[in-house]
Ligand binder design. Structure first.
Ligand SMILES: *Cc1c(COP(=O)(O)O)cnc(C)c1O
Length: 385
């Protein structure tokens, strides 16, 4: 389906709501029936018709159709956070005594889910370097039921050959999940490469405006229905109709936002690559990245997140660089209109966090500002470092 048809028209039954161009926010927890027979019928399909908003809400339903189509999936479910979507997808794929293979350095709370929370219920997890298919092969056990991927991941951007992992998993009757937040549905569609379930933190590119926390799962109708009946309805991480409306609004501009972010990222990359104070750059499409051919094979050129290591010998210098940036806001998250920076040195000497990343590591998110403005900002902050 053509992407602009999906974004501007799919799921929008305008004649059902006074021909309003923009869909209404159905801010209602429940939906009524004119008699007992109608109620009985309504109860038959909470998955696809309005009955109670934890299950189905028409505004959320519009978003669900668009997300599924963008990911080239049969259906989707929308959650109140990316972590809720990931938890539901993972829990739906394991039972007590099962074994999971996960790529090293997944998103922090995905790591917590797999190594702490699921361990309480007797599910074991092995973390492998996902850059080599042989590492997955070697980690497979008789009780392996799930391979969890994140390609690229959101700090250092290691990738997995999604097609090769999907073939290996199918051969061994193992479910595959891929976190596709980095590329967005515009630049990579893991389902077309054979992956079973795609998850997103919709908080990032899909929202695009730093105003909603949300998550999605995309898969076959059969798998989505099963997750709906079990994890979705039970754990109840429902997105509010108002937030669904904001996400629909964000989606209208998703292609032009990721296009601008990508163009900016390549310009900023070029500047950073030639700067003497940059020790190391992490970016999937950097010519120096050993995985660039894989990036080109399975993704369209994309960007947003670029990480750097600064060539300095003390944390104070890193902090001087960060504190002098005017356009890059110091904050977590990414995928919005505004450029951001996340300096890893903030995790040093912290009681709550540990990290394997070095203290001179800074993750940048390249927003929608003019690339020249961002480059000037980086240039002056590097001088003051
Ligand atoms: C932010 C993020 C998540 C978690 O999503 P939330 O919406 O914050 O719950 C998961 N995966 C990746 C790659 C992320 O960046």
């Amino acid at each position: 389906m053509e992407p602009y048809y999906i974004l501007n028209h799919l799921g929008e039954e305008r004649e059902d709501y006074f021909n309003a161009v923009t869909p209404p926010i159905f801010q209602s927890s429940n939906f009524c029936f004119k008699n007992v027979e109608a109620l009985r019928n309504g109860l038959k399909n909470e998955f696809e018709t309005p009955f109670y908003t934890r299950g189905f809400n028409p505004t959320v339903g519009i978003l669900r159709k668009k997300i599924a189509a963008l990911e080239k999936a049969e259906d989707a479910l929308i959650f109140s956070s990316g972590s809720a979507a990931i938890s539901a997808a993972v829990i739906s794929s394991v039972k007590q005594g099962d074994h999971v293979i996960c790529v090293k350095k997944p998103y922090s709370w995905t790591n917590h889910l797999l190594t702490h929370l699921l361990a309480k219920f007797g599910v074991e997890c092995s973390m492998v370097d996902g850059r080599e298919i042989i590492n997955f092969e070697n980690a497979i056990r008789k009780n392996t039921t799930l391979i969890y991927l994140e390609s690229p991941n959101s700090m250092t951007f290691e990738m997995q050959d999604l097609e090769a992992v999907a073939i290996l998993a199918k051969k061994n009757k193992i479910t595959t999940i891929c976190d596709n937040s980095y590329a967005s549905p515009i630049n990579q569609n893991p389902i077309t490469l054979g992956i079973d379930i795609v998850v997103h933190s919709a908080t990032k590119f899909i929202s695009g405006h730093s105003d909603v926390v949300a998550g999605v799962i995309c898969s076959t109708k059969e798998k989505i229905k099963k997750i709906f009946e079990q994890e979705f309805m039970t754990l109840g991480a429902t997105l509010s109709p108002n937030d669904a409306w904001l996400l629909i609004k964000g989606l209208r501009t998703l292609p032009i936002r990721v296009k601008q972010v990508t163009e900016n990222s390549f310009k900023v990359l070029h500047f950073l690559e030639t700067h003497p104070k940059i020790e190391k750059i992490y970016f999937p499409f950097s010519e120096k990245n050993t995985q660039i051919s894989l990036a080109k094979k399975q993704m369209k050129p994309c960007g947003g997140l670029i990480s750097i290591e600064l060539k300095v010998d003390n944390i104070a210098a890193v902090e001087r660089f960060c504190n002098h940036l005017k356009y890059f806001i110091i904050a977590c998250s990414w995928g919005g209109y505004e450029s951001l920076q996340f300096p890893i040195c903030a995790l040093y000497n912290s009681e709550n966090y540990t990290t394997e990343l070095p203290w001179n590591f800074v993750r940048l998110y390249i927003g929608l500002e003019d690339a020249d403005v961002l480059i000037e900002d980086l240039k002056q902050a590097l001088e003051k470092m």
